[in-house]
Design a protein around this ligand. Structure first.
Ligand code: E4P
Length: 242
């Protein structure tokens, strides 16, 4: 059952995996394509950007230049992923990436080395997004390592016949059980508007969505049909509002 807060916002569990929180749900876009980011940022609906090595490779552009440019377009967190796999290498790369702009969130993989790097970078005041999360216990470790964001990959779990959304619900319950776990749940690997809806219902703090999915959120055939009918009836009135 979904309950609305009466007379102000309520924070707390309403039922298993269903939370009312006192903050907005944020939309990040999951792309390294500058054109798409500029286009969507103009809507005012983009709270941040996530990139990954595959998305950067698709652009064929220089990685650090791309991140610099994205950080100028979007004020919110811009995730830039390290390529090293050892903790020292990740920390070194992370420091370089963080130096590009204040809103860079360094992305590290959910490995022991990634967690070590997360701890060190977050203690130095850098935002860290721990990526490639596929279990609730991984998410618990990332939060304890001081992650700013944890990125559970919904679509990739669905792809192998598991339930990605269940993972978001589990993490929400665990994080809300402990006041000191301040990590934000960033629902990732989102493939459809339905994934966005279910992430919001499960209390994800952020959904990172491909541009096509963000654009798809506004679409409904009955909206188009209704608008056509209203416009045609309006034309019959022969009036003008201006
Ligand atoms: C998140 O930060 C990742 O870049 C992304 O959501 C992965 O999505 P995919 O599984 O569609 O590649």
């Amino acid at each position: 059952m979904i309950t609305q807060p009466a007379g102000g916002m309520v924070r707390g569990k309403i039922g298993p995996g269903l939370i009312l929180k006192d903050t907005d749900m944020k939309f990040f876009i999951d792309t390294a394509d500058i054109g798409e980011i500029e286009d969507l940022a103009a809507t005012g609906l983009v709270d941040g950007v996530t990139t990954n090595p595959s998305l950067v490779a698709k652009t064929g552009r220089d990685f650090k230049d791309t991140i610099r440019q994205i950080c100028r377009i979007v004020d919110g967190p811009v995730s830039a992923e390290v390529a090293a796999t050892d903790a020292d290498g990740m920390i070194e790369e992370g420091r370089l990436l963080a130096a590009i702009a204040d809103n860079v969130a360094v992305k590290v993989p959910l490995t022991w080395d990634g967690l070590k790097a997360c701890r060190s970078l977050s203690q130095a005041g850098t935002m860290v997004n721990v990526t490639l999360c596929f279990s609730a216990t991984q998410a618990l470790l990332a939060a304890k390592a001081g992650a700013t964001f944890i990125s559970p990959f919904i679509g990739r779990l669905d792809d192998i016949g598991l339930d990605g959304m269940e993972l978001i619900q589990e993490i929400r319950i665990i994080y809300d059980n402990y006041e000191d776990l301040g990590t934000e749940i960033l629902a990732a690997s989102i493939r459809s508007p339905n994934h966005v809806k279910l992430s919001a219902m499960a209390g994800a703090d952020v959904a990172t969505v491909p541009p096509s999915v963000l654009k798809g959120l506004v679409k409904h055939p009955l909206t188009d049909k209704g608008l056509d009918a209203f416009l045609s009836d309006w034309a019959k009135t022969g009036q003008s509002i201006l």
